[in-house]
Structure formats: C-alpha cells, structure tokens
Design a binder for this molecule. Structure first.
Ligand SMILES: O=C(O)CCC(=O)C(=O)O
Length: 273
C-alpha cells in the first residue's frame, strides 16, 4: 500500500487497485466461476440444506464444499460461499502477496480470511446498501490510532470482467466509515444521492473497510456480473459468511491438504507452529 493509497483509504474508506490480476489470472478465475455457477444453479434447491443465523436457506454441497443460495431469475443474485473448496483455481487468491500487503497495512493483529463469496448478479439485481453509521461500527469498526489504521474487517473484491455503473457497479458512500450518524436514505443504492459507483476493468480490485456504507447498483445490462469477494479480520474473528456466520471457517480437509502452511494458517484462529 503506497502512502497516497493509505491516505485515500483513511479519507474515503476504500481504494481502487488497477491491474491487480493479470489477464491470464482473470481468465482462469472467470472460467472457474462459470463452472461453479453451472453446478450451483443445478443444486441450489436440493438437500442437504442449512438455515443461516441470518435467515437465508442454503444448499451445502457435499461434493464441492460450498454453500449456495439465490437464483438466476431476473432481479436475483446467486451467492456461492466457501468457494475455495470447489476448485484449486482459486488458490492463487490465498496468501496473494499484493493483497496481503494491503491487509497487513490496516489490520493490527494476525489477519485471517473470514469471508469468501462469489456474487453472480443477473439483470435487474441490486445489492442492498449496508454498512456505515453506528449500527455496524461496533462489529466492523474502523479507527485510526497512534500506530496507524486499525480495521476489524476489510474486503477485497476481484473483478474478472469490466463493470460499468449500468452493469451493476460496486458502489460506496465515500467517508461514511467516519460517521456514526445513521444514513437518512433507504437500502436501494440507486436512490441514495450520496452513493458513488466505482467502475472497473477486468483485473482491477477494490479494497474497502466493511464499516463503509456500500452496495451494488442495479445491473441494467445483459452482462451477468460475477465478482469474487474475500474478507479479512483479526484471527479471532469467526466466519463472516452468511451461511456460516460466527462459526469456524468452512475449509475441508482436502482443501487444507492442498495449501502450504501459510495458506492454511489464513483460515486458522490458532496457527500451526
Ligand atoms: O458488489 C456488490 O454488489 C455488493 C458487495 C458487498 O456488499 C460486499 O462485498 O460486502
């Protein structure tokens, strides 16, 4: 993280990182997402099922180790959580050196991965606005202390294709991580006058504090918006995936076998060795 990125992250609550992924990496990840989308759509209504603490009902894939809910109907999102278990193509994002530089610059304690979602957003779908203000700041608080920025939870979003505002851009209310006043606007990001869309190209990434008010504009196009979201926090924070909220991270034995020690420790509250 450069000095100017650190300043902008503190001032705005996010930074856009251009060309984080090579075009080869974007292609491999995009193909893996397409495969997983097909599998998840076929199985999403099937058993075994789990009701999350937040209410949504998920299919738990015994074959590929992911949790999924949603649909590909107009206006809907398909969510695939714990995607790490499904395909080794995603391993490139576990202990990804550039990502870890950003994470370590803003999380004071040993960071671990606590959230992994692929969001597949079809025409007419928006992601409701959340974050910012006092409500979230208790769990995902943002602060700046003598030793620097001190975040409880941050996320990196990786883009494997271009996304314009019309194509459902990720959107933020800049600097809202600094206020404890509840937003006077509702959850529809398209109707929030303080919302700013962050248009990106394939290979770009967006790094933000979960304490920032954010969401996703309505996808008004026929391009299905597919993004990879990876959350980090201090090692004692449990899963922040919706399906497994506040439970241990859902990483299968086969996935741990594939990882080297540093990669595996990114999912362990207490590191091996
Ligand atoms: O990109 C979106 O549509 C919303 C993403 C989001 O809410 C998140 O990553 O926390």
């Amino acid at each position: 993280m450069t000095e100017s990125e650190r300043y902008e992250f503190d001032r705005n609550g996010y930074v856009v990182i251009r060309n984080m992924l090579s075009s080869g990496q974007s292609t491999v990840l995009s193909d893996a997402i397409d495969q997983l989308e097909g599998h998840a759509l076929e199985h999403v209504a099937m058993p075994p099922r789990k009701r999350s603490a937040w209410g949504a009902e998920y299919h738990c894939s015994e074959e590929l180790g992911y949790h999924t809910q949603g649909s590909n109907r107009e206006g809907c999102t398909l969510m695939v959580e714990d995607f790490w278990n499904s395909d080794e193509a995603f391993d490139v994002l576990v202990n990804h050196s550039q990502t870890m530089e950003y994470v370590k610059a803003v999380i004071r304690e040993r960071p671990t991965i606590n959230n992994s979602e692929i969001r597949i957003r079809y025409r007419g779908n928006a992601s409701g606005t959340h974050g910012g203000g006092d409500e979230v700041s208790r769990k995902y608080r943002y602060r700046h202390i003598a030793s620097g920025i001190d975040c409880m939870m941050v996320r990196m979003i990786y883009f494997v294709h271009d996304v314009s505002n019309e194509q459902g851009a990720f959107c933020v209310v800049p600097a809202s991580h600094k206020t404890s006043i509840p937003a006077p606007y509702g959850p529809n990001p398209d109707e929030d006058p303080s919302m700013v869309g962050l248009e990106v190209k394939s290979g770009d990434a967006i790094f933000f504090t979960e304490n920032l008010r954010h969401g996703g504009f309505t996808n008004q196009s026929d391009q299905i918006r597919k993004t990879l979201h990876v959350g980090y926090g201090p090692h004692w924070m449990m899963s922040q995936n919706i399906a497994t909220m506040d439970e241990p991270q859902h990483i299968t034995a086969q996935t741990f076998d594939r990882y080297d020690e540093e990669q595996g420790n990114l999912f362990r509250a207490w590191p091996k060795n």
